[in-house]
Design a protein around this ligand. Structure first.
Ligand code: CDP
Length: 212
């Protein structure tokens, strides 16, 4: 079974994807880490993020063993990721890794921006997670505060707005819900309620086809 979870920054898709993977006994890939790692590697090699050939070289050479680098977690890394994520060759270079990850038995949950539309268009279920920019900024702000990272709510809101615009406005695999995605608006849902709704949608879909 392949579950595709997409949505904008801080929509709650990462937490949801992790919990769904545990619930259904599937592998989980946070695909944002791939773009974050490409940006890190471009800089480590002394390159600039706007250089398409440096970024695609870094994407082709990416070592998946380096994805648990704690340096990939921060907001600076997310901003840098969205710069290299605009480059079509970078996306192509990362596509096969994502697809073979998804094909591992017994299946996988992948979260990102283009999983349901481009990476796994045949996923068994696609969920597009959204929330208002204000709710997402508040969540991310509280998350950063709890990690002791300096942040202001206004700053986080501006970062999220800029990144949403870049992700939805790019030509290469723009962020958007697949036509057959289940839309999950978590503006008024806590993680438990979002999880329960997603599980209900997955079981409902599986019920139409046979047991999960
Ligand atoms: O956790 P958050 O949603 O803030 O970030 P993320 O999922 O790690 O993604 C960081 C950036 O990587 C996004 O703003 C996108 O530009 C890019 N990305 C993408 O283009 N495609 C994906 N499948 C995943 C991430």
């Amino acid at each position: 079974m392949i579950i595709a979870i997409d949505g904008p920054a801080a929509s709650g898709k990462g937490t949801l994807a992790k919990r769904l993977a545990a619930r259904f006994g599937l592998h989980h890939l946070d695909t944002g880490l791939l773009y974050r790692a490409v940006a890190r590697d471009v800089r480590q090699r002394g390159g600039v993020l706007e250089d398409a050939s440096a970024a695609s070289d870094a994407a082709r050479a990416l070592d998946p063993a380096t994805l648990n680098d704690p340096g990939l977690r921060g907001p600076g890394a997310a901003e840098a990721a969205s710069m290299v994520a605009r480059i079509a060759e970078v996306r192509v270079a990362l596509r096969e890794f994502q697809r073979s990850f998804a094909r591992q038995p017994p299946g996988a949950v992948l979260d990102g921006r283009d999983i349901g539309t481009v990476v796994c268009p045949d996923a068994d279920i696609k969920i597009y997670v959204t929330a208002t920019p204000q709710v997402r900024a508040r969540r991310r702000y509280l998350e950063m505060q709890s990690r002791g990272e300096p942040a202001t709510y206004e700053g986080v809101l501006a970062d999220i707005g800029r990144r949403d615009e870049r992700d939805a406005g790019r030509d290469a695999s723009p962020m958007r819900p697949a036509d057959d995605a289940f839309l999950l608006d978590t503006s008024n849902l806590d993680i438990e309620a979002a999880f329960d709704t997603a599980v209900g949608a997955i079981l409902g879909k599986a019920g139409q086809r046979g047991p999960v």
